[in-house]
Design a binder for this molecule. Structure first.
Ligand SMILES: Cc1cc2nc3c(=O)[nH]c(=O)nc-3n(C[C@H](O)[C@H](O)[C@H](O)COP(=O)(O)OP(=O)(O)OC[C@H]3O[C@@H](n4cnc5c(N)ncnc54)[C@H](O)[C@@H]3O)c2cc1C
Length: 391
C-alpha cells in the first residue's frame, strides 16, 4: 500500500519511524502517566524539525505537503498518540492559520519561532456554550483608543502553557460593526492568565485547560486577518488540520494493533497459541482490514488535498470515520489483553483512551457528521449556521 509515495515522502516516513521508536516509544507510558511531554523530547522534536514541517521555507519551515505531515503524525502516534495529538496542533493548525491569515510582519514575527519550537502556539476557541456554537461565545474584543481590549475566558486550550495564543472571539471594529475574529495574545500580556490544567482521560501529552483575559490590551498588529472575519478557521487550514488528526487516529489504532499482534503471537492459552482461537484471529483480521481501509481513505484524500483537488468535506469524513473506527479497534483489541490490558502495567489501555479523546478534540464526530450531512442534504459543507463552522 502507498506505493505511489515519492522518495522524499518515503525517506521522511522512515526517519519519523526511527525517531518514534528511539525517542518517543521509551517515554510513551511516562507521558501518559505524568500528563506532560518531557522538555527533552520537545527539544528533540524541534531538532528533528517536526514543528516546522508544514511551515513554508521562507518562514523557517520545511514546506512539506500534507501527505508527508500525515505520514509523520501516523508514525509518532503509533508510539504515543498523546504526543502526536499535541504535535499536530503545532505542526498544522496554528502555524497554517497564521500563514494563511497573517500579514507579512505577523508571519515573520511568529512563524520562525514556531518552526524552531522556541514559541509554541495554542488555538483557543472553546467556551462553556459549546466549541462550535460561536454565536453564544462571550469572549469579546472591543475597540479602545487606537487599539482594542480583550475580555473573557476560554476552555480546553491544548498546550495551555504555550507562549502565543490564537484566540477566537466576538469582535467589534472602530466603526461599531460586529464579527468574529482571531486575536494573537502573548503569554506575557498583562491580564492574560493560564488557569490550572484539567486531568484528561486521554491525549495526555500536553496540558489542556482554561485561560482567561481581563482587560488585555491588543494593538492593531495583534489582529490576525480581518478583525471581523478571522475567527472562522480558514477552510484550507481546517482541512489540513483534520487530515493530520485523522492520521494520529490511524497511528493510534495501528500502534495498538502492532502491540496486540505481538501479544497474540506470543501468548499461549489452553496449551496452544492464542491466534488459534478463532474469535481472536477474526478480530485481528477484521482490525487489519479496517486499518487498510482507513489508510487508503486518508492518504488518497491527503494526496488530493496536496493537488488542490479535495472536496473539503472529505476532511470531515476522514476525521470522523477514521477517528471513530480507531476507537472501535482499540476498544476491541483491548479485550484480547484480558485483565492485563486494564492494568496499567502493560501500557496499552492508553491507546483506547487516546482514541476516544481524538473523537472529541478538533470537533467531535457528531459535529463533523453534521457538516457532512449538510453537504449531502443542502449542498453546504459547513454547519447550518455558516458563522459557526469550527472545531
Ligand atoms: C483533548 C482535547 C483537546 C482540546 N483542545 C482544544 C483546543 O486546543 N482549543 C479549543 O478551542 N478547543 C479544544 N478542545 C475542545 C474541542 O474542540 C471540543 O470539545 C469539541 O469541539 C466539542 O465541543 P464541546 O466540548 O464544546 O461540546 P458541546 O458543543 O458542548 O457539544 C456536546 C456534544 O453535542 C454534540 N454536538 C455539538 N454540536 C453539534 C452539532 N453542531 N451537530 C451535531 N452534534 C453536535 C456532540 O456530540 C458534542 O460532543 C479540546 C478537546 C479535547 C477533548
Amino acid at each position: 500500500m502507498l506505493d505511489w509515495l515519492n522518495d522524499d515522502q518515503r525517506a521522511l516516513r522512515d526517519m519519523a519511524a526511527t525517531f518514534a521508536r528511539k525517542e518517543v516509544e521509551p517515554l510513551a507510558v511516562q507521558i501518559d502517566r505524568e500528563e506532560r511531554t518531557p522538555d527533552s523530547l520537545i527539544a528533540k522534536a524541534a531538532e528533528f524539525g517536526l514543528f516546522g514541517l508544514y511551515i513554508s521555507p521562507e518562514y523557517g519551515g520545511a514546506g512539506c505537503d500534507i501527505v508527508s505531515v500525515c505520514l509523520v503524525a501516523e508514525e509518532i502516534a503509533k508510539a504515543s498518540p498523546a504526543f502526536a495529538g499535541a504535535l499536530t496542533v503545532q505542526m498544522v493548525l496554528c502555524p497554517k492559520t497564521v500563514e494563511i491569515l497573517g500579514t507579512e510582519e505577523q508571519k515573520r514575527r511568529i512563524l520562525p519561532k514556531s518552526a524552531s519550537g522556541e514559541r509554541l502556539i495554542a488555538y483557543s476557541q472553546s467556551e462553556p456554550a459549546g466549541a462550535a456554537n460561536i454565536s453564544a461565545h462571550l469572549t469579546r474584543l472591543e475597540p479602545e483608543g487606537n487599539g482594542y481590549r480583550l475580555d473573557g475566558a476560554k476552555l480546553f486550550c491544548t498546550q495551555a502553557s504555550a507562549k502565543t495564543y490564537l484566540v477566537m472571539c466576538k469582535t467589534r471594529n472602530h466603526e461599531g460593526k460586529e464579527g468574529y475574529g482571531c486575536i494573537i495574545v502573548e503569554q506575557e500580556a498583562e491580564g492574560m492568565q493560564v488557569l490550572p490544567y484539567e486531568h484528561k482521560l486521554g491525549w495526555r501529552g500536553t496540558n489542556t485547560g482554561p485561560i482567561s483575559f481581563n482587560n488585555v490590551r491588543i494593538e492593531a498588529d495583534g489582529i490576525l486577518g480581518d478583525v471581523l472575519n478571522g475567527g472562522v478557521m480558514h477552510r484550507a487550514a481546517n482541512t489540513a488540520n483534520v487530515l493530520s488528526h485523522a492520521a494520529t487516529s490511524l497511528g493510534c489504532a495501528q500502534g495498538m494493533f502492532d502491540k496486540t499482534l505481538e501479544q497474540v503471537k506470543e501468548r499461549r492459552l489452553y496449551g496452544k497459541g492464542m491466534s488459534e482461537l478463532q474469535p481472536i484471529a477474526y478480530w485481528m483480521a477484521e482490525s487489519h482490514a479496517k486499518l487498510t481501509a482507513m489508510r487508503a481513505l486518508l492518504y488518497s484524500n491527503a494526496a488530493a488535498f496536496d493537488r488542490g483537488a479535495l472536496d473539503p468535506v472529505m476532511g470531515n469524513v476522514c476525521k470522523a470515520w477514521i477517528g471513530e473506527t480507531a476507537f472501535e479497534i482499540c476498544s476491541k483489541l483491548l479485550n484480547l489483553w484480558g485483565a492485563s490490558g486494564i492494568m496499567d502495567v502493560t501500557g496499552v489501555n492508553r491507546y483506547m483512551r487516546d482514541a476516544k479523546a481524538k473523537c472529541i478534540a478538533e470537533g467531535s464526530s457528531e459535529i463533523h457528521y453534521a457538516i457532512i450531512a449538510n453537504q449531502l442534504f443542502h449542498g453546504v459543507g459547513s454547519l447550518v449556521a455558516p458563522e459557526s463552522v469550527g472545531r
